[in-house]
Design a protein around this ligand. Structure first.
Ligand SMILES: *[C@@H]1O[C@H](CO)[C@@H](O)[C@H](O)[C@H]1NC(C)=O
Ligand SMILES: *[C@@H]1O[C@H](CO)[C@@H](O)[C@H](O)[C@H]1NC(C)=O
Ligand SMILES: *[C@@H]1O[C@H](CO)[C@@H](O)[C@H](O)[C@H]1NC(C)=O
Length: 225
């Protein structure tokens, strides 16, 4: 009798472990608030599907990626993102790409993460210092100096940056395994959120003086991105 109970328990265990392979798919967006019924529509990345009979090649294409972008701005970089917003045909296909221009002598993509994608960066022109930080303590910094023709992988979700250490413009192409990778720029998210995070949270969280927090919130609060 005892043996039979054990057998049943063992079989249940075997059956339940087979469900371990079922897991949630990666999210396509920051959140998806549930609604009942289809009358209000089902939005995935805010897009319905176009009737296949009226789809054209324009839905799947983008031009002008050979043209250098203007990098005269605060951080000295300019990103031309080919995602589901700019190339509608990418919807549901799980990929996006970007051209990134860096100003000479210090243009950079400031420390940021892509919550939903691994990135692969290929340098076409110039010299970039690129790095990412691992997510478990001790937080290791992994960096590499990249010249034209070099590629670098940034694993999904990790804080990373690219910095132009050359005295010429730099150009890179980035590929992401999501149609909507998300871009969380650390400084802007923490010090420039709307509405602002209660300063005491940042004074404690970052171990900063209150006037430093005020300064940073003023500096990043004006940014619209
Ligand atoms: C959806 O419908 C169920 C059953 O009628 C109800 O219990 C639930 O609260 C509804 N959820 C929403 C988000 O309206
Ligand atoms: C990026 O470059 C384009 C074209 O050169 C320009 O119109 C745009 O304002 C630039 N964006 C930023 C953030 O500088
Ligand atoms: C680049 O953008 C800056 C700032 O908006 C502007 O002053 C400058 O004229 C632009 N340069 C070109 C080549 O368009």
């Amino acid at each position: 009798m005892k043996g039979a109970h054990f057998l049943v328990a063992f079989l249940l265990l075997v059956l339940s472990t087979s469900y371990v392979f079922a897991y949630d798919p990666s999210p396509l967006q920051d959140f998806c608030v549930a609604i009942n019924g289809s009358k209000d529509g089902v939005f995935v990345n805010g897009n319905f599907c176009k009737d296949p009979m009226i789809v054209t090649a324009d839905d799947f294409s983008f031009s002008g990626l050979n043209i250098p972008r203007n990098t005269t701005n605060q951080n000295g970089f300019n990103i031309t993102l080919l995602n589901v917003d700019t190339v509608p045909g990418l919807n549901t296909l799980g990929i996006s790409m970007a051209r990134i221009d860096f100003a000479a002598n210090g243009g950079e993509t400031p420390p940021h993460t892509h919550p939903r994608a691994t990135e692969m960066l290929i340098v076409l022109e110039g010299t970039l210092y690129a790095g990412f930080v691992t997510s478990n303590q001790p937080y290791r910094l992994i960096t590499k100096v990249l010249n034209a023709g070099d590629a670098f992988v940034i694993p999904i979700g990790l804080v990373h940056f690219q910095f132009n250490i050359g005295n010429t413009n730099a150009v890179a192409v980035a590929a992401f395994n999501s149609q909507n990778p998300g871009v969380l720029v650390i400084a802007n998210a923490v010090f420039g959120s709307n509405p602002p995070i209660y300063p005491d949270v940042l004074v404690n969280g970052f171990q900063l003086d209150r006037d430093v927090v005020n300064y940073l919130q003023e500096k990043f609060g004006d940014n619209s991105h």
